[in-house]
Design a protein around this ligand. Structure first.
Ligand code: GLN
Length: 538
């Protein structure tokens, strides 16, 4: 018998039902019963990873410690489980094919015809088992991207069928589906779910549990009907009502006993109840804040909230830690003209300039930095946001009106942000940025040191351009200090303006490391500063 149990989460009827959140919630419940759990995501697109995808296509690209550019659901996995993921937690069709084709070129298939079945499905199964075989995890949850019935998802569903056939006692399928409410009929409708389960069955996969997303409670009659038509036990038909926050879902799933149903199916003990008291404390703080602030998020993809998912979630964690409701005002940097800036930003208690690439909306970001700096409003600049802070300071304090990043203007006379040496010969776009976790040494007596309470930190990166150290002395003499430095190559990771109440720019992405159990200290401190700012207005 295999030591690891495998749970597959499939989706039916429509996309966007929240497979990632259901997977993360189930994992949270199992983890709080003492199991070591990880979650992996299999995405059926042909890109090797989402790193080359425009955020409009697929939302934020989430970066792991080991420098993998991954699907944003991995962010949810880390935020819920408080455990790092890695490259192994996100596999795409592109990656599967790449390894099969590499093997074919090496001659590993010994003259055989290489086919979807068995070669692609074998590679999918190998990847599905990889984390389980590390010996680190008792339960591996695998979320299958896409919707059952998609042509591109077929090899994955076939791999799951084979998996179930080969290890019937050690794996199971949770199918997430939609039970829509037809207002005209005044009824919840089960037919779409029946059809999507039929589609799975046609591929030889019988789901063990149905999690039914619905806007209205699913009564016993509906559960009975779904059980009968879908070959699922009635107690394994679980209702998943819309929640006011994703963080309520583990509690909702606990109320529906999803964890117990799963454990029983996998013949694992169910006696001791999970301890989710800390999770509930967090939810309580989230629901009953004692203060409220508004922080502006200045970016160029603000109409698409998923592009800044981890930042939005980090504010939720930091808000709860401060018992404060953080309203994020999404502000399009392209619309921030000199004329509108005061109107758009005057009511903010904090300003965050977001990460990004390219010229669109860049000047608006610089205006937002200037506004924060000159009006003493708490400011956090992340990656491109930090670079904007450096450029704005050069233009308006160091008197270098043409200062820029060589990303935006390659022929600027003052490239205060320039291409990293290690990037100069790189032509391929995929997976070639400076990616993943690097150490940073924090200067004593800095705000960053007060925030982290440590001298050595490690944070995740995703960039090609960096602070140009030849300007360092001029900056420091004028009051913008480099307070975080990579000890190996002297790269400036953190800048601060000590004369300002709270002004920090970071080359790395703190948002990726913020979790429910460990809200990121930079966000916690930033929200604290925003609360002070808000109180000072009263
Ligand atoms: N475009 C900038 C760079 O490549 C910043 C990247 C980012 O914000 N993630 O350095």
């Amino acid at each position: 018998m295999s030591a690891t149990k495998y749970i597959f989460v499939t989706g039916g009827v429509t996309s966007s039902l929240g497979k990632g959140i259901i997977s993360a919630s189930l994992a949270t419940l199992l983890q709080s019963r003492g199991y070591s759990v990880t979650i992996q995501k299999f995405d059926p697109y042909i890109n090797i990873d989402p790193g080359t995808l425009n955020p409009y296509e697929h939302g934020e690209c989430y970066v792991t410690n080991d420098g993998a550019e991954t699907d944003l659901d991995l962010g949810h996995y880390e935020r819920f489980l408080n455990r790092p993921t890695s490259q192994d937690n996100n596999v795409t069709t592109g990656r599967i094919y790449q390894s099969v084709i590499d093997k074919e070129r090496r001659g590993d298939y010994l003259g055989k015809t290489v086919q979807v079945i068995p070669h692609i499905t074998d590679e999918i199964k190998r990847r599905m088992k990889l984390l389980g075989q590390s010996g680190e995890f008792e339960v591996v949850i695998t979320e299958l991207g896409g919707t059952v019935g998609d042509i591109e998802a077929l090899p994955y569903v076939e791999a799951v069928r084979q998996f179930k056939w080969e290890m019937p006692d050690d794996c199971m399928v949770v199918h997430l589906t939609l039970v829509p409410y037809l207002a005209a009929a005044g009824e919840l409708k089960t037919k779409p779910t029946q059809h999507s389960v039929k589609m799975l069955q046609e591929s030889g996969v019988q789901p063990d549990v149905l999690v039914c997303r619905s806007e209205h409670p699913i009564d016993d009659d509906i559960k009975r009907k779904l059980a009968l038509f879908c070959n699922v036990k009635k107690e394994a038909v679980v209702e998943s009502l819309d929640a006011e926050t994703i963080y309520a879902v583990p509690v909702l799933m606990r109320n529906e006993k999803l964890d117990e149903i799963v454990l029983k199916r996998l013949s694992l003990p169910t006696e001791s109840a999970p301890d989710i008291s800390r999770w509930k404390d967090f939810l309580y703080k989230l629901r009953y804040p004692s203060s409220e602030v508004t922080i502006g998020l200045i970016g160029k993809y603000v109409e698409l909230r998923d592009a800044y998912k981890s930042i939005a979630e980090a504010f939720i964690h930091a808000g709860a830690a401060n018992e404060c409701k953080v309203n994020v005002k999404w502000i399009h940097s392209e619309n921030l003209s000199a004329k509108d800036i005061n109107k758009e930003l005057h009511d903010l208690d904090g300003i965050l300039v977001a990460p990004g690439f390219g010229e669109r909306g860049f000047e608006g970001k610089l205006r937002a930095v200037q506004y924060a700096r000159e009006n003493n409003i708490p400011f956090l600049g992340i990656c491109l946001g930090m670079q904007c802070a450096v450029i704005e300071f050069a233009r308006n304090v160091l008197n270098k009106p043409k200062a820029n990043s060589s990303e935006i203007n390659p022929s600027t006379p003052d490239p205060v942000i320039h291409l990293m040496e290690s990037q100069k010969d790189i032509t391929d776009k995929g997976g070639t940025m400076r990616l993943g976790a690097y150490d940073c040494k924090v200067a004593k007596d800095s705000t960053a040191h007060k925030v982290y309470r440590r001298e050595m930190i490690s944070e995740r990166h995703r960039h090609r351009f960096e602070y140009n150290n030849s300007y360092l002395e001029q900056y420091e003499a004028a009051g913008m200090i480099a307070t975080g430095i990579n000890p190996e190559n002297n790269l400036v990771e953190i800048v601060e303006i000590p004369s300002h109440q709270w002004f920090i720019g970071v080359q790395f992405h703190p948002e990726y490391k913020s979790t429910v159990a460990n809200p990121h200290p930079l966000f916690v401190s930033f929200v604290e500063a925003a609360i002070k700012q808000s109180n000072s207005k009263d």
